[in-house]
Design a protein around this ligand. Structure first.
Ligand code: URA
Length: 250
């Protein structure tokens, strides 16, 4: 929980730093006026303290809006890619296969957040924001990932129940998952762990090997209109939602 005492960090013009509303506006939170209102409403903290209008910030200060930490590095970019099958989730492949970073702009250099198997399709984030990437992949934040899974055979209620409760894999039990039949041979699974080939191994373990695997959601992020191989930058609102999902509330 943020400290509620109102402090004016660096209101003294001699104390250098940049006006907070200017920084907030530059990273896309809204016009200067809108950002001033955010500050006035007590929704902005700097280094965990609510600040008042007039506050100035330095590059190392941690700014948060409604508890979500804002990335203020000007050149931070985060893309959402619809990864096609046959593309490797890495920056460079030793076997010269196509790689995901070739599908997005070369500059600034970005890297994939987590990993989709060679044959897995669907949503993948790429960013140069190391902190965001770390948090999104850290199991303690448990960001949901949803998959549409085409499997061999027709899983019934018993199989779905097992997937929900947890499946014994060679690296231990899986955490409870969400699972539902969408159509015969097609299931939707939501997990928040990020173990290697987890969905494939879970389905194999219950007797229904995966024929096709598509990631359809990361946290609150979805985009059914993004064509395979296409990418787009995240909107400010999407980025805020993601940041909120990986911000600890104490
Ligand atoms: N689970 C898998 O088995 N493969 C992926 O690519 C992602 C999740």
């Amino acid at each position: 929980m943020s400290e509620q005492a109102e402090v004016d960090l660096g209101a003294d013009p001699a104390d250098e730093g940049e006006r907070l509303q200017k920084v907030l506006a530059r990273v896309g939170l809204g016009s200067r006026r809108v950002c001033e209102l955010l500050i006035d409403e007590g929704r902005v903290t700097v280094n965990d303290r609510v600040v008042v209008l007039g506050a100035r910030v330095k590059p190392d200060d941690e700014i948060a809006v409604d508890g979500a930490i804002i990335s203020t590095a000007v050149d931070t970019v985060t893309y959402l890619l619809n990864k096609p099958a046959g593309v490797v989730t890495t920056a460079q492949d030793t076997h010269d296969r196509p790689v995901v970073v070739d599908l997005v702009p070369a500059e600034p250099r970005v890297f994939p957040v987590g990993r989709l198997d060679l044959d897995t399709e669907g949503l993948l984030l790429l960013t140069n924001d190391g902190d965001l990437a770390y948090r999104l992949t850290h199991p303690s934040f448990g960001v949901d990932k949803e998959y549409l899974v085409h499997v061999r055979g027709r899983p019934g209620a018993g199989v779905i129940r097992t997937l929900r409760q947890g499946v014994e894999l060679d690296d231990g039990m899986t955490a409870p998952a969400k699972a539902a039949v969408v159509a015969p041979g097609l299931i939707r699974i939501t997990i928040h762990e990020g173990r290697n080939r987890q969905v494939r191994r879970m389905c194999e373990a219950v007797g229904h090997p995966v024929l096709r695997l598509v990631r359809t959601r990361i946290g609150t992020l979805t985009d059914s209109r993004l064509a395979p191989g296409a990418w787009r930058p995240l909107s400010r609102a999407e980025l805020l939602d993601l940041q909120r999902a990986v911000t600890r509330v104490e």
